[in-house]
Design a protein around this ligand. Structure first.
Ligand code: ATP
Ligand code: MG
Length: 383
């Protein structure tokens, strides 16, 4: 018998004619996530198996697979022949040493002489004889042992179903550009969209020297954490220092955030279009701060034509924090380095900015020139 990790996929099986496309992306993503660890991957009757790995790597493999979108659940188990003695030997290895249990059998191989109920009863009976510290409880067992008899003469024996990351394989739902700030929200927004199958690249705006290099390192670190879910990612880093200085010099301070947001959107859209990215993604949540009103969003939408996805729009801050803890970005996000928006921040930002006023303020600047100038500062990091 040999150790295997059984991977079951989530929504992919729903995708009739596109199934091959989804499965290929899924398989590539699993391979990418296990890069550097010895293993073999095999597809078998609607699931994937990881085989021939070193037992010492088991935890690392499981923890990486738990970040692959499209995985519904996985189990670590044993693979053996469809033979009652061999199955029993595997069951003994998987079993806990004491407590109440139940055996759950699934028989795809209908030629096997016993049916599922009979297999469970036979193996369960042998297990009771073998270990007197065990008891059967079919209604409320402390642990369950699953036996899965496949068509090709192999059987899997495993304990737990470990819940996977769910969603769709990255690479099956287009490409987007995430505006990533270094705060709590934007990495969570990127994670949610990637979980629906979108490839996500990131763009960050800084105001060096008003913001420091640690703020930049923090965003690089957040992008790295996000890339554990997305595979690989590009991070575009663009300076908006001169734009902020010009707004500060020429415009009503109440409009700093509104105007800066519009510049960010324009620059992000140019970079997205140049690189074949189909939408912009932000971490905004309706009403969370003064600039995230529907008027604020209308103002930033009106300078771009690409769709703007705001997956967090309907979440409360505590829900976003919970998600950020779960995906592992929270501790990095709360490091106290300034984002560019806090530099030159007005005492009283415009809460419901009106189009006429925004345009009047913006007309004091040469927007096209400032956008082109900022684009020239763009750096690209491959993460
Ligand atoms: P976050 O936690 O993501 O920083 P926030 O609650 O602080 O969000 P804002 O500062 O109003 O909200 O920013 C709203 C959104 O605008 C961010 O989620 C992000 O998508 C984008 N954004 C803000 N600042 C930057 C930046 N410096 N670079 C790139 N995107 C940014
Ligand atoms: Mg922020």
């Amino acid at each position: 018998m040999e150790k295997v990790i059984i991977i079951r996929y989530a929504e992919i099986h729903l995708k009739g004619n596109n199934r091959g496309f989804f499965e290929r992306a899924f398989c590539i993503n699993i391979e990418k996530s296990l890069r550097g660890i010895k293993h073999e991957i095999r597809r078998q009757s609607g699931r994937y198996l990881i085989e021939n790995f070193d037992e010492d790597d088991e935890d690392a493999i499981v923890s990486r697979l738990l970040k692959v979108f499209g995985i519904h659940s996985l189990s670590v188990g044993l693979k053996t022949a469809c033979d009652t003695d061999k199955i029993f030997a595997a069951v003994c290895k998987v079993s806990e040493s004491e407590g109440t249990f139940k055996i759950e059998t699934h028989r795809a191989d209908k030629t096997f002489p016993l049916n599922s109920m009979q297999i469970s009863a036979e193996i369960g009976g042998r297990l009771l004889d073998y270990n007197h510290n065990l008891k059967v409880d079919v209604h409320n067992p402390q642990f369950t042992i699953n036996i899965d008899l496949r068509e090709n003469g192999t059987a899997f024996v495993f304990g737990k179903f470990i819940k996977g990351a769910g969603g769709m394989p990255v690479g099956t739902a287009g490409k987007g550009l995430l505006l990533i700030s270094g705060g709590i929200d934007s990495p969570v927004a990127g994670h949610m969209i990637a979980r629906r199958g979108m490839e996500v690249d990131c763009i960050h705006f800084h105001s060096y020297p008003y913001t420091n290099l640690q703020a930049r390192d923090k965003v690089i670190e957040l992008t790295k954490l996000l890339s554990k879910f997305t595979g690989s990612t590009k991070l575009y880093i663009v300076s908006v220092t001169h734009i902020q200085e010009e707004i500060h010099k020429n415009c009503n301070p109440e409009y700093m955030v509104t105007l800066l947001r519009r510049f960010m959107m324009r620059i992000a859209q140019k970079i997205a279009i140049r690189n074949g990215l189909q939408c912009l993604i932000t971490g905004e949540s309706l009403g969370q701060v003064a600039s995230q009103t529907i008027e604020g969003m209308t103002s930033s939408n009106s300078v771009v034509t690409l769709p703007v996805l705001r997956p967090l729009c309907g979440f409360d801050k505590d829900e976003i924090i919970e998600r950020s803890r779960k995906i592992g970005t929270y501790e990095t996000s709360i490091q106290p380095f300034e984002d560019c928006c806090t530099v030159f921040l007005p005492k009283h930002p415009a809460i419901r900015p009106q189009r006429k006023d925004i345009e009047e303020e913006e007309s004091k600047l040469d927007a096209d020139y400032l956008v082109d100038e900022a684009l020239k500062t763009s750096e690209i990091l491959s993460i």
